[in-house]
Design a protein around this ligand. Structure first.
Ligand code: NDP
Ligand code: NHF
Length: 317
């Protein structure tokens, strides 16, 4: 198998760097140090969300690098997401503008609807509204209206590409039918235990690029819905030994060979560097077949608070 592409073309005409630097759970100085190092060694795609509450720190790192001439804005690709409390038309526009301000960017490269399951907008900036019993307050929004808000941001030049996250094929189809600007990206959980072949087929037919989140199985997240560990899987570890690579590199290589973007997070400089070395070599066809047999429909992000929402995984894929 040939080495893998470092960029993929979006249907918006823009190129997305395949390897994205994930920032969920990274904040403050730890975030700044990790991100600055990642940009230094060549990462060009940053993934964040309004709800990660770290956009301002990311904006500081980006503007320092641009101001000092170490980075050019046009070489950078920044993705952020509109949270479920802001899915009404005007709220979605305001959310994108807030992100833009936090990130100190004149335009966003990619804006995603973070999740299709809405939450009540209390009007006071609360991102995770709860009722008196501590239960998350769900709300249903017309997602085609959210999409039209996203289209207006593209038409005004504030956002280059727009897409979806955690949507099923049926939900994407609903957006696709109403869209004048088509979704160019689907960000979804994807790794060896949740390989997402059906959605991949659907997206590739529509020229929607997929971005895999939790590609290593999100081992650092204490709220994972399963204790399984792709990084410790015996098959993955054996292949790693045979290739002279780490288990993490095998997990990432398997995904980049499938021509999807991959978003992985590390706060550790050695692991940040290690995760970048996944392009110029390849697992073999035999390895790929072995890894395909590991698929077992395990989600690490269960979104338990949303299970009773009518939009919650309205079909198996
Ligand atoms: N759209 C959505 O709903 C979601 C989007 N995301 C995005 O995707 C990104 C990636 O997902 P994430 O949950 O972070 O999961 P990952 O699968 O990337 O796992 C990250 C964890 O793996 C560890 N790690 C990183 N590199 C290595 C390595 N080489 N060897 C061993 N361990 C390693 C990290 O620890 P350490 O930091 O110590 O290196 C960290 O704890 C997020 O940061 C976020 O940007 C995530 C979840 C949902
Ligand atoms: O991006 C994300 C990271 O994890 C969060 C907590 O489950 C999610 O809300 C979100 O989708």
């Amino acid at each position: 198998m040939a080495s893998a592409a470092r960029y993929l073309a979006l249907n918006s005409g823009v190129k997305i760097p395949v390897l994205g630097f994930g920032t969920y759970m990274l904040k403050g100085d730890a975030l700044k140090s990790a991100l600055d190092y990642a940009l230094f060694i060549g990462y060009r795609h940053i993934d964040t969300a309004l709800s990660y509450e770290n956009e301002a720190a990311i904006g500081d790192v980006i503007s320092d690098r641009i101001r000092s001439g170490k980075l050019s804005r046009k070489d950078l690709f920044v993705t952020t997401k509109v949270p479920p409390v802001y899915l009404a038309y005007h709220a979605a526009i305001d959310s994108a503008k807030m992100s833009q301000e936090n990130l100190k960017l004149r335009y966003l490269d990619l804006l995603l609807i973070h999740q299709p399951w809405g939450l009540v907008n209390k009007g006071d900036g609360t991102l995770r509204p709860t009722d008196s019993k501590g239960k998350r307050e769900l709300a249903v929004y017309d997602l085609t209206e959210t999409w039209h808000a996203f289209e207006s941001l593209v038409n005004r030049g504030l956002v280059n590409s727009i897409g979806l996250s955690n949507f099923t094929a049926r939900q994407i189809e609903r957006i696709w039918k109403c869209a004048t600007v088509k979704p160019s990206n689907l960000q979804l959980e994807c790794h060896v235990y949740l390989q997402q072949w059906e959605l991949e087929k659907y997206c590739s037919d529509k020229h929607i690029v997929m971005s895999a989140y939790a590609p290593l199985g999100a081992p650092g997240n204490s709220q994972r819905s399963s204790s399984e560990q792709p990084l410790k899987d015996p098959v993955v570890c054996r292949i790693a030994k045979e290739c002279g690579k780490s288990p993490a590199q095998i997990l990432l290589n398997f995904l980049v060979q499938r021509k999807m973007a991959v978003i992985t997070k590390s706060g550790n400089h050695d692991r940040i560097k290690q995760n970048l070395d996944v392009f110029d070599w390849s697992i073999t066809t035999q390895h790929k077949k072995k890894i395909q047999q590991l698929d077992k429909n395990i989600r690490f992000f269960g979104f338990e608070w949303a299970v009773s929402h009518p939009e919650f995984y309205d079909e198996p894929f």
